[in-house]
Write a protein that binds this ligand. Structure first.
Ligand code: ACM
Length: 265
């Protein structure tokens, strides 16, 4: 199957401009079975105020960006994962979310568990756990940007059977996630697609270098630091089902959870 990323600079507070950028690249990603877009792709990242965060948020089911993604997914017969500034329909709280859409519409969503810096001023921490979606051809989990630094969610997604973790990002700490992500891929023997953004918003510069990593930690594709790029690579997703590190070592079954109780605090 074909998996890939779109590395762009979403435009802060200008959804139409961001959709214009995606539209101009769609021919490059239409052949992907799964394509991943950056974090907060409908709104931009570095809000000036709570008001700006609020007006750029949308409902994950009915919002204009999600509807646009659904139309792309339907036309291309593909699945799309994208970061969305989500406004909950019931309590109007904001979440830094990722949606998974397919040809038949919204499949599911994940809400970022580990908020970074000023995100804590705007968003509620995620409350939906770590879902894994069975797409038939593969099982897919999602993490968002700073989630990468915590080993636990990667392991939980692998234990729940994820073959691929899609990782919409707006990374700002130079080089860290780009070193860490292939290691999480190899430690859990999964595919990872990190779709990072580029560009500057006020005092923040985003680090690009989006990545596709395979279950042995090989980097199959990496974007430039400051330019937009779409990459789609063909992978054998079944490689993520082989958890044997040696003929006698299974990366999940050889764990010793009976000795790990300090983790549960
Ligand atoms: C980040 O989590 N957007 C750095």
């Amino acid at each position: 199957m074909k998996i890939g990323y779109v590395q762009i600079a979403p435009v802060l507070g200008d959804l139409e401009a961001t959709i214009g950028k995606l539209d101009s690249l769609r021919n490059e990603f239409k052949a992907a079975d799964i394509i991943v877009l950056p974090e907060l792709c409908n709104s931009g990242y570095n809000f000036e105020s709570m008001e700006q965060a609020r007006v750029t948020a949308e409902d994950a089911q009915t919002g204009p960006f999600v509807r646009y993604l659904c139309s792309l997914a339907q036309e291309h017969r593909q699945c799309i994962v994208a970061g969305v500034n989500e406004r909950d329909a019931n309590d109007c709280q904001l979440y830094n979310s990722a949606v998974l859409v397919g040809p038949d519409g919204l499949i599911g969503k994940y809400r970022k568990l580990h908020l970074f810096m000023n995100e804590k001023d705007y968003f509620r921490p995620g409350d939906l756990g770590l879902p894994v979606f069975d797409l038939g051809v593969c099982k897919l989990g999602m993490l968002i940007c700073f989630d990468w630094i915590f080993p636990e969610p990667w392991r939980i997604l692998a234990l729940k059977g994820a073959d691929i973790v899609c990782h919409p990002s707006n990374l700002v700490l130079p080089g860290l996630a780009q070193r860490g992500v292939p290691v999480h891929a190899l430690m859990n023997r999964i595919f990872v697609v990190t779709a990072n953004r580029i560009g500057t918003e006020r005092d923040m510069t985003f680090t690009g270098l989006s990545i596709i990593a395979d279950p042995k930690g090989n980097v199959l594709a990496q974007a430039p630091e400051g330019d937009p790029q779409v990459r789609v690579v063909e992978v054998d997703i079944h490689l993520a089902r082989n958890k044997m590190v040696t003929p006698r070592n299974h990366v999940l079954e050889d764990r010793r959870p009976d000795q790990y109780h300090e983790l549960i605090i």
